[in-house]
Design a protein around this ligand. Structure first.
Ligand SMILES: C[S@@+](CC[C@H](N)C(=O)[O-])C[C@H]1O[C@@H](n2cnc3c(N)ncnc32)[C@H](O)[C@@H]1O
Length: 267
């Protein structure tokens, strides 16, 4: 399996985050930090992360809630409008830009509410030329509307910091009759089922993403032994994916319950 990198430099492995003070998982090390990422990221060394994969609040205008084992878990997802949301996100993306390696990439998970504005914002912070992909995560669950087409996908915007980056195309089951039983390279439309409410992997955090999706992304965008950052980590799905795939990871969340949940999960 060939790693598709622009330059040999992009393939080099480096140690990522300094001292290994977090939870070990096989060869990988995971650290989980508590706080607003705008405060936490400036305290980290610059140019250390290979892949930043974030799933920030989507600006839905209401609190995101989930109830499990009697404990209500919720975080605010209200910013007072789209302009205010974009102004909130801007300095956080700039802080991410600083801690990415020169051959690092960022992937921002969002949806129809803000993806058009986040793409423009990423153009500003990373540069139009650094756009790599607009991935579509197509999922099945959820309702439908009599008034419009049912919204059944999220948007994942992937940008590079520089002119080299690491990529290893994931393989997915082929669907054509001719290739039945074989695999093919994934396209920019990713078909991964969302987690249903009864799924074993569900840990109770609202908006928890499927591990299969994060494993696909981390495996494709972070080299083995490299370091992943998720500074809106929630229940830590990206960190678990990183650890399972032998990548190091740093997670940040401003909610102490999310940090505790992630630490338990990666242990
Ligand atoms: C959509 S959830 C992430 C869910 C995660 N991908 C998972 O699989 O569980 C967004 C997270 O961002 C956190 N958050 C919101 N604002 C933040 C900030 N300024 N700094 C760090 N975390 C923040 C919230 O507490 C919430 O856990």
């Amino acid at each position: 399996m060939a790693a598709a990198a622009r330059t040999p430099r992009a393939r080099r492995r480096t140690a990522g985050v300094g001292a290994r003070t977090g939870s070990g998982c096989g060869d990988a090390t995971v650290r989980v930090l508590h706080g607003d990422c705008l405060d936490v990221l400036p305290r980290l060394e610059p140019r250390q992360f290979h892949f930043c994969c974030i799933d920030p609040p989507f600006n839905t205008g209401s609190a995101k809630r989930s109830v499990r084992s009697g404990a209500a878990l919720a975080y605010s997802d209200s910013f007072g409008g789209l302009d205010a949301y974009i102004e909130w996100l801007r300095p956080r993306l700039q802080a991410i830009h600083r801690v990415l390696r020169d051959d690092g990439t960022v992937l921002v998970h969002c949806d129809w509410r803000a993806s058009h504005r986040i793409r423009v914002l990423l153009d500003e912070v990373f540069g139009e030329r650094r756009f790599l992909n607009h991935l579509v995560w197509r999922y099945g669950l959820g309702g439908s509307s009599p008034r419009m087409f049912a919204r059944k996908h999220d948007d994942l915007l992937w940008y590079a910091k520089g002119d080299a980056w690491w990529f290893d195309a994931p393989r997915v089951p082929a669907t054509s009759q001719r290739l039945k039983g074989q695999t093919k390279k994934a396209t920019d439309v990713l078909e991964v089922p969302s987690i249903n409410n009864m799924a074993k992997e569900r840990v109770g955090w609202p908006t928890q993403k499927p591990l299969a999706l994060l494993e696909l992304l981390v495996g494709a965008c972070c080299p083995p032994g490299g370091t992943v950052l998720d500074c809106f980590c929630g229940s830590g799905t990206a960190l678990v994916a990183a650890a399972r795939l032998g990548r190091m990871a740093v997670g940040v969340d401003q909610d102490a319950r999310a940090v505790a949940l992630t630490r338990r999960r990666v242990r």
